[in-house]
Write a protein that binds this ligand. Structure first.
Ligand SMILES: [Zn+2]
Length: 257
């Protein structure tokens, strides 16, 4: 019997919750304008495994994805659970990142507009010019090697290599990819990356130069973020994600089904 199929107490509940949370991520991406219709992918390792991930069938709009839709795909690209089309670039991008980057329990790839717009610039750097950008200090890898659609695994392996030990990959002329050890953490990165990119683009649109935050202040504030990330014993990303799911519970509760 495959190790991932051994009955483990609580594992069924953890998998059920993981699929609910992954469905919520797709719905929230729509709510915040981070989505691209039926394109792009959000994937997560199946709890209790290190070589299988959840993937939504291609063709569903992110606004209609439900917990019961997810397929289970192994690192050979074979489907074990679920039905529906598997889109090639999901395998070519997400599979190598899950396999090569040990922190990549969750891999979220989007073409969200403001971060993607930054990646279209000759200098795509997210500048340390606004507080919300400081959470990304020294945590973004920049890929200037766009070479068309990811039509085989080598492109994803290349992206995973550029990502290295960081959590955010700005894909020049393409979009972004963020990873996280859990969904609240990964979604928090996606959300605030877009917000920080939006603020930078708004500021640049005035035509006036950015005023960068001095490096010592940046470093001290990053240390403050790290020390003060828990409130009432819970991490900020967890609190934010729980609040966002409550919004979905009221307006579109079918995501949990
Ligand atoms: Zn893409």
């Amino acid at each position: 019997m495959n190790a991932s199929l051994k009955p483990v107490p609580g594992l069924a509940a953890a998998r059920r919750q993981a699929k609910i949370d992954l469905a919520a991520c797709h719905r929230l991406a729509v709510r915040f304008g981070l989505h691209e219709g039926i394109d792009n992918h959000m994937t997560m390792l199946v709890p209790g495994t290190t070589d299988r991930f959840y993937l939504a069938p291609f063709g569903l709009h992110w606004a209609e994805i439900k917990a019961s839709d997810f397929m289970e795909i192994d690192f050979e690209g074979h489907r074990h659970v679920g039905l529906g089309p598997i889109e090639d670039t999901a395998l070519h991008i997400h599979l190598p990142v899950h396999r090569q980057n040990s922190g990549a329990v969750c891999v979220l790839h989007t073409h969200m507009p403001h971060a993607t717009a930054l990646g279209m610039l000759e200098n795509p750097r997210l500048e340390m010019a606004v507080q919300s950008a400081l959470g990304f200090y020294d945590d973004i890898a920049y890929d200037a090697g766009y070479n068309g659609l990811a039509l085989d695994a080598r492109e994803g392996e290349r992206m995973a290599g550029v990502l290295g030990q960081k959590h955010v990959l700005m894909l020049g002329n393409h979009g972004v990819l963020v990873i996280g050890a859990n969904l609240p953490e990964a979604f928090e990165r996606l959300y605030f990356l877009e917000r920080a990119a939006q603020a930078q683009i708004l500021a640049l649109s005035t035509g006036r130069p950015l005023r960068l935050i001095p490096e010592p202040i940046v470093k001290a504030t990053v240390a403050q973020f790290t020390a003060g990330s828990a409130v009432g014993g819970r991490q900020r990303p967890e609190l934010h994600f729980a609040a966002l799911k409550r919004l979905l519970d009221r307006s579109e509760p079918d995501y949990t089904t």
